[in-house]
Design a protein around this ligand. Structure first.
Ligand code: DHB
Length: 394
């Protein structure tokens, strides 16, 4: 029911991990392999191992507006073990045992680093690496602007990557690219205009964190994280609606260019089956979990997948293709949908019904106190009435 294909790679389940939290080591990747996740995606690798930015460099479990969502912010600076670690024989043979597609995320510090990492991947036994997610949107590297925001650079990178892939004589892993969130309709258009020139790009992952956000410790009057003057990428519930819009707008652009052969994977604030459902309605073929995986551990894949399944069953859908990309424009009464989206979260439902009880119970008590004397008079009247009837009947 939740099976999908991303760029031609078959997934048993359309919910899987985002690159980032809990993806740095092979042990962590195998842990993902032993969950319900549909695929295993590595931490974004650089050419050489690096420690990343100074600590502390992330915050999570930040509550946004009560129970509604959890957010996170990180400025990790690509701590990772270097590309060779994620694609060596031992790693590949262990990951293969999990029987799930394995996708390697790359985030080179330069174009040459990206090309070198791709060459190293192409020299590996390729049946063990199903996909490559080329991350063009990491916002946390000092003095390295986000490639996805510089359209000339995006074009250049894709052109070079494309030339390299086309020069390889064997079948290479499926290429996806991870984009930054866009906020202007012209940018969705421009990004797609560039991407569709390169037939090597089989899918788009959207969206990376919203870069350069800030949290402040008001008590100490200081930034909440150490690197980059306190700036970091915002993730989790804060960005769900930006992610929905990015999936929707990019999907719409692909459709209007007749390029539905390029798939979209949605990421950003997916915490429930309903969040995944909404991303799929906007056009996504799969949903990645980042912050939620970070705060909830690997159980989140099973929970989100079964919530999504339940929603599909309730609506009579047998596969995600039954509703993917079929978001309708605004309709009268559509507030019902937002009601549904809040109550689908059991935690929120719990909280809601508890707060309703706290409101309703005192009201009932007050009403009872006011009408109590009248009730007793009525009781007396009733008693008399029935006594009279009993006497009469006798
Ligand atoms: C990092 C952050 C990202 O948003 C990303 O896509 C890759 C790496 C990081 O800071 O490590």
């Amino acid at each position: 029911m939740l099976a999908t294909k991303v760029g031609g790679i078959s997934f048993d389940c359309c919910v899987y991990n985002a690159s980032g939290p809990k993806t740095n080591s092979i042990e962590a990747l195998i842990k993902i392999g032993n969950t319900a996740a549909g695929a295993i995606l590595s931490k974004s690798a650089t050419l050489n191992a690096q420690d990343g930015n100074e600590l502390p460099r992330f915050i999570n479990k930040i509550d946004l507006g009560g129970n509604y969502c959890n957010g996170s912010m990180n400025s990790e600076g690509l701590p990772n073990q270097g590309i060779d670690y994620y694609i060596n024989d031992e790693a590949l043979s262990q990951i293969k045992k999990c029987n799930k597609p394995y996708i390697v995320s790359l985030s080179g510090l330069t174009l040459n680093d990206n090309l070198e990492m791709l060459k190293r991947i192409f020299n590996r036994p390729l049946d063990n690496i199903n996909g490559i997610e080329l991350n063009l949107a990491c916002p946390n590297i000092v003095n390295k602007p986000v490639i996805a925001y510089d359209f000339d650079q995006l074009d250049e990178v894709l052109n070079e990557v494309s030339k390299l892939i086309n020069s390889v004589k064997k079948k290479t892993p499926i290429l996806g690219i991870k984009l930054a969130p866009y906020f202007d309709p012209s940018h969705f258009k421009k990004a797609i205009e560039i991407i569709i020139k390169y037939s090597v790009v089989k899918y788009i992952v959207t969206t990376n964190t919203i870069g350069n956000a800030m949290f402040i410790d008001a008590e100490l009057e200081c930034a909440a994280i150490a690197p980059r003057n306190g700036l970091g990428g915002l993730g989790g519930g804060y960005i769900k609606h930006t992610a929905l819009a990015n999936v929707y707008m990019l999907y719409k652009e692909l459709v209007s260019n007749g390029r539905t052969d390029i798939d979209i994977v949605g990421v950003g604030g997916v915490h429930s089956g309903l969040d995944a459902f909404e991303l799929i309605l906007c056009g996504a073929k799969a949903a990645q979990l980042g912050t939620c995986h970070w705060t909830e551990n690997g159980d989140c894949f099973k929970r989100v997948a079964s919530e999504l399944k339940q929603i599909m069953q309730n609506k009579g859908y047998n596969s995600i293709e039954d509703f993917r990309g079929k978001l309708k424009p605004y309709m009268k009464g559509s507030k019902q949908i937002s009601k549904m989206s809040t109550t689908s979260n059991p935690k929120i439902q719990d909280g809601k019904s508890k707060s309703l009880l706290f409101i309703i119970l005192p009201i009932i008590l007050i009403i009872a106190l006011i009408i109590c004397p009248y009730i007793s008079i009525d009781f007396a009247g009733l008693q008399n009435h029935y006594l009279l009837r009993i006497v009469k009947n006798n």
